[in-house]
Design a protein around this ligand. Structure first.
Ligand code: IPM
Ligand code: MN
Length: 332
């Protein structure tokens, strides 16, 4: 039975890297029933479409969404981000943003392997706030952070469950409880309560500023990290930077209960400056494809793809050369 997948190549290098991802998935012997959606900055410029409700409705019949990148320099910042990406996260209740960071040992650094679980529907991303007296010298702008018991608890529980499946069984809560005394308190209390259901998991807590230092100087300490939406956004860019660069960073936006399709995308953006040059590394998109297969139950194919991406021999050449090298390795 083939999986029904919505494809959003998007803008810039998005379509190029998604093509390589689809090539690799096919080579791994997994058959997909593809449904293409022309969305993103270019589509918005063409006819004003961002994400109509009718498309969201169609997506509810799909098994997953696979997205390249969206955003073009000629669309004001925020329009596509909020209108497409955040709308998908909110409407499809993709409340987990899972971002794995794996790096092999090098001459001057040890190997590390940690996964960040970022809450994906609340916090400062919820859009609470507004202006008072806009465009006057007395202007006020507020941007609230929304933290619900339900939202925090389901995210933390997911992180504990993930940690329980992993070898090290270690989970770190990252927040800023010394300053964010209300939301931090809710996160910390909930973390401590849920931890009682998982006595086998060793837990730790880091303030987010300290976590930035540790992630650079001692990333080996981490196994699973759970954190709020904005801290997770920032920390995962740092995670990418210390794990071989953003060209390798993959992500899954998950609805764990599968009441709607989950969405899989590389963390990098549309990189309009290198479109068509063959310089885009498709590995982040390919690894996002592996996360998708894993979530769809195709564990063995996902493992093969991850393994192939980790071989240094696949990591040189143009976009299509890297895609071909990985495809060759995963062919059954
Ligand atoms: C990410 C991106 C998005 C975010 C932007 C594009 C809205 O930076 O997925 O990390 O902030 O979540
Ligand atoms: Mn980000």
């Amino acid at each position: 039975m083939s999986h029904k997948i919505g494809i959003i190549g998007g803008d810039g290098i998005g379509p190029e890297v998604i093509n390589e991802g689809l090539k690799v998935i096919e080579a791994a012997g997994i058959s997909l029933d593809l449904h293409n959606y022309d969305l993103g900055g270019s589509r918005y410029i063409k006819d004003g479409t961002i994400l109509p409700d009718s498309i969201l409705q169609e997506w509810r019949n799909l098994d997953a969404l696979y997205l390249g990148a969206v955003g073009t320099p000629d669309v004001p910042p925020g329009v596509i981000e909020r209108g497409l990406l955040l709308k998908m996260r909110f409407e499809l209740d993709l409340y987990i943003n899972l971002r794995p960071f794996v790096k092999e040992a090098t001459e001057d650094s040890d190997a590390h392997n940690f996964t960040v679980i970022r809450e994906n529907t609340e916090g400062t991303y919820a859009g609470e706030g507004g202006f008072l007296r806009k465009d006057t010298s007395h202007e006020v702008a507020t941007q609230g952070s929304v933290n619900t018991r339900l939202g925090v608890e389901r995210c933390i529980r997911f992180a504990f469950e993930l940690a329980a499946e992993r070898e090290r069984k270690h989970l770190t809560l990252v927040h800023k409880t010394n300053v964010l005394t209300f939301s931090g308190d809710l996160w910390e209390r909930t973390f401590n309560e849920v931890s009682r259901e998982f006595p086998q998991i060793e837990t730790d807590y880091n303030h987010v500023d300290a976590a930035c230092i540790y992630m650079v100087q001692d990333p080996q300490r981490y196994d699973v990290i759970v954190t709020d939406n904005l801290f997770g956004d920032i920390l995962t860019d740092l995670g990418g930077a210390v794990s071989g660069g953003i060209g390798l960073a993959c992500s899954a936006n998950l609805n764990p209960e599968k009441t709607a399709p989950s969405m899989f995308e590389p963390v990098h953006g549309s990189a309009p400056d290198i479109v068509g040059t063959g310089q885009a590394n498709p590995t982040a998109a390919i690894l996002s494809g592996a996360l998708m297969l894993d979530f769809l139950g195709e564990r063995e194919a996902a493992k093969r793809i991850e393994h192939a991406c980790a071989q240094p021999s696949t990591q040189t050449g143009t976009t299509t050369e890297i895609g071909d090298a990985i495809a060759t390795l995963v062919t059954t």
